[in-house]
Design a protein around this ligand. Structure first.
Ligand code: PMV
Length: 347
């Protein structure tokens, strides 16, 4: 018997960063992210539950990718109790990203959330717990996505999400993310994120290795406390339209702390490139000179996410083209914005 499901799921950008984990992909501190609109994975999963030869094949951007199979099989082991039919099946995954290859954009959040959605969809078709996609269904998608890649658990909701137990945030949990879009001011619901591609090179240090470094870091305890404090301050600032200065201060501090942690261990590394620092200085100068509330955040890499209200898009994009694009690899940037979450695809 064959089953098939297709979903698209977005990437997300953390404003308060998840960096440090324990147990099976559990976070050391809560994180808060924007869900993106245009950086998506589109995935189709086909499952033959009575295949003569159980196994896995993975296609990525139209090409066979045996290199991805080991990671996905480890993930299947972790989720085997929820999807027992996976063990005797042949699974075929066909995955395409809408963002350019070699743009240095991490695809694990969009890919693992898309995979979680496809598997949950197929479980419903097979006749597992036949719940209609309601709140609990999405919560379970978030749990499954988290087991694939921690940050993926935040991609399943529109707008914004919080993952990890956070003071004063009712319902927050380490095992899954919760939707946060209803709690933010409309100003943030269509915020822009222009991703400046400073380098498209593969990550020099995997996020798995990065999280592991936190285990031996002298500053780790202070960092986790600071992240918890930042989350409370940011959640409060985003609930209203008159606290953009606080939003900016927390976002930029989080980005720089993430990179400072990488530079502070016994085997330090630097993921920023000269262009990253040049852009940060340009952002500070532009904001001071114009008063336009644009700020930056960084992922675990050299690219810069410029965050700003939709109302300022015209002038900010003019400045990007006039001034910032010269720091981008081949002039590349992606114009993204806060998005509406995953979507089931026909086919
Ligand atoms: O989900 P992972 O294990 O790839 O970790 C993601 C870590 C950061 O992207 C740096 C921060 C975050 O919260 O997304």
């Amino acid at each position: 018997m064959n089953y098939r499901a297709s979903w698209q799921s977005p990437s997300n950008i953390a404003l308060v960063k998840y960096w440090g984990k324990h147990g099976i992909q559990l976070p050391r501190n809560p994180s808060l992210s924007f869900t993106l609109a245009r950086c998506l994975t589109k995935m189709t999963v086909e499952v033959n539950v009575d295949a003569a030869l159980p196994g896995l094949t993975v296609m990525y951007d139209g090409w066979p990718r045996p290199a991805f199979e080991a990671k996905i099989l480890t993930f299947f082991d972790l989720i085997g109790d929820r999807f027992p039919w996976l063990r005797g099946s042949h699974v075929h995954i066909d995955s395409v990203n809408t963002f350019p290859h070699g743009a240095g954009i991490a695809s694990s959040a969009s890919a693992m959330s898309a995979l979680a959605l496809c598997l949950m969809d197929i479980r419903d078709q097979i006749g597992g717990p036949n719940s209609k996609p309601g709140g609990e269904w999405w919560q379970e998608v978030s749990v499954v996505a988290r087991l694939g890649s921690g940050s993926a658990c935040r991609s399943v909701y529109p707008g914004a999400a919080i993952w990890g137990v956070a003071d004063g945030i009712a319902g927050s949990h380490d095992a899954y993310a919760i939707p946060w879009s209803d709690r933010i001011d409309p100003l943030y619901r269509d915020f822009r994120d222009t991703i400046l591609i400073v380098s498209g090179a593969e990550k020099a240090v995997s996020s798995t290795a990065g999280h592991a470094l936190m285990n031996d870091l002298a500053y780790a305890v202070t960092r986790y406390a600071e992240a918890r404090r930042h989350l409370g301050v940011l959640a409060d600032a985003m609930s209203r339209a008159d606290a953009l200065d606080i939003f900016i201060a927390v976002c930029e501090s989080e980005a720089l702390q993430l990179h400072a942690l990488m530079m502070s261990g016994p085997a330090p590394f630097i993921l920023m490139e000269p262009g990253t620092v040049a852009i940060i200085k340009e952002v500070w100068r532009y904001r001071r000179d114009t008063g336009i509330p644009v700020c930056f955040t960084l992922d675990a890499g050299p690219n810069v996410h410029l965050l700003y209200p939709d109302a300022n898009a015209g002038e900010v994009m003019g400045w990007v083209r006039d001034v910032l694009v010269r720091h981008c690899a081949d002039g590349q940037y992606i114009e993204d914005h806060v998005g509406s979450g995953p979507q089931r695809l026909i086919g």
